[in-house]
Structures are given as structure tokens and as C-alpha cells.
Ligand binder design. Sequence first.
Ligand code: SIN
Length: 308
Amino acid sequence: MQNPPTTVVVLGTGGTIAGTAGHALDNVGYTAGQVAVAQLVAAVPSLQAIEAEQVAQLDSKDMTHAAWRELAARCAHHLGRRDVAGVVVTHGTDTLEETAWFLHRVLAPAKPLVLTGAMRPATALQSDGPQNLFDAVTVARTPGARGVLGVLGGQVHGARELRKTHPYRIDAFDSGDAGPIAWVEEGRLRRIRDWPAGDPIGVERLPADAGAWPVVEIVTSHAGARAATVLALCDAGARGLVIAGTGNGTLHAELEQALLQAQARGVRVLRSTRTRAGRVVAADGDRWAAADDLTPEKARVELMLTLL
Ligand code: SIN
């Protein structure tokens, strides 16, 4: 019988985990994406059989579709290797959940593809990056683990449920009503839910020119919302609009009228909620499709990939 693969490939994309500040007590005035991924790996004691590759070096607020495509292609390449147990991606926490959902929909891998990051820069007194990286590698090497996962703060989240819910605290992520899939404790996994699965779209379906990806924008419904916002986005080439609706995905009457006009022009509409947790509960006769439990940002990814 063949031995199970043990190599884990760590792909670096930047973020606070690779960030540096002028002194160890500065947790906000740092620059993200400074330290090479090979250095991040070297800073974690007792990591073995690791390969490191720099795919990008950016603050994840500036994530691009071109970087997403490159990342998906590198993940697909390494996950396809027989000697690789799993892949870890170091990523900024600000858009980590969007990248996770994108990779899940494109790859839905049968091996673990684990995203991790940090809320404190590499130079901080209380840097959480090394432990998160160690935990992510533990999950990537766990026999039977699969799917796109986020490992932060000792918790393992599925790409669908994962949300950043706090801008500053180290314990900044959760999985809402569903709860985490597992916890990582002292290098061991305590799992309570199934690994995520899905139907992959495939990297080859993503246009090589990121400028050719369908334009999908998010419109928030709020007091004083204006039809002009929707119409301007349509004029600017939007092919899809995700509504971050109030409550159960409800819309301001002004937006409703504008969206009907947009729909008549062939623009696809998907309704999500701007509440911080839960799902849009669909009802018979709903005018707009609902995004279920996807956040507006993940619903945007979903609609964009649908339009491909
Ligand atoms: C980023 O998202 O790249 C910066 C913030 C963070 O990683 O926490």
C-alpha cells in the first residue's frame, strides 16, 4: 500500500500575517504584505515537509480577479500532485472569506485547501500568525480532510459559513448559526461537522483576461436609497447586481423600481441580507432570487461565476 502524502504547499498572498510595523506595540499602523511566505514558514518551529511559494504580496482589501485566477491555478496545480496532502494559503483577513468562497466554487477540492491569516502583524508582541499557520498546516495534513477551509483562532470554518465579524480582536472569525467544523487543539483536530463538498466550476472556465469577467456590483438598501445608484451601475456595464437588503432581504421602494428597469435591460439580480448573521428566508412569489446564507460579498462571487 502507498504511504499517504505528507507534503504541504504554503502559498503566500500577503496580508497582516505578512505585515510589519515600526514597533512591536503597533497593531494598526503597520503595512500588510511585507514578509515573504518562506520567512513566515521558517518562523514556525517544527514545521516539516513544507514547500513555500509566493503567489502575490498584497493587502487583501486590494484583491483583484487576476490574482484570484492565478491563485486558483496554483492551488489546482499543487492539489493535483500525488505527493501533496493539502495546500495552505496565507491571506489578509479582510477579504479572506470572499477568496475562500471563490476557491470553493472554482475548485471544491477533494483535498484540504486551507486559508489562514492573522489579526496582528508579524512584528507584533501578540502575533497570532505563527500559531494560525501551524494550525492550518495541521488541518492540511489531516487524512480525510477536504474542501476549502478557513483556519484562524484555533477554529476550522467552512468556506460557505466563514465570516470576519470583528475589525480588531484576535478572535475575529466565526461560522454564524452553523458553528465551526472543528477545533485545532495542541496540533490535534476535534471535528464536529462534515467537511464541505461541492461541484467545481474549474479554473479553465475563468477567462484569462480578468477584464472579461462579468461586472457584478453590490447595492445596499438603506434609508434614503436612490434609484440613480442602480441606474448608474447599469450604465457602467454591470451585468449583475447583488442587493444587500434590509432584514430578510427587503428593498427600499426606490431601489425596487430601479431594479425592475435594470432587469428589463437584462441585468441579473440576487437578493441577500445586510444583517450580520442568518439567511434570507425565501417565500412563494418572491420577485428576486435569494442568496440563502451567502453574505453580499460571497453572493457577488456567486452571481459573477454564474454569469460566466
Ligand atoms: C489584509 O486583509 O490584507 C489586511 C488586514 C488583515 O490581514 O487582517
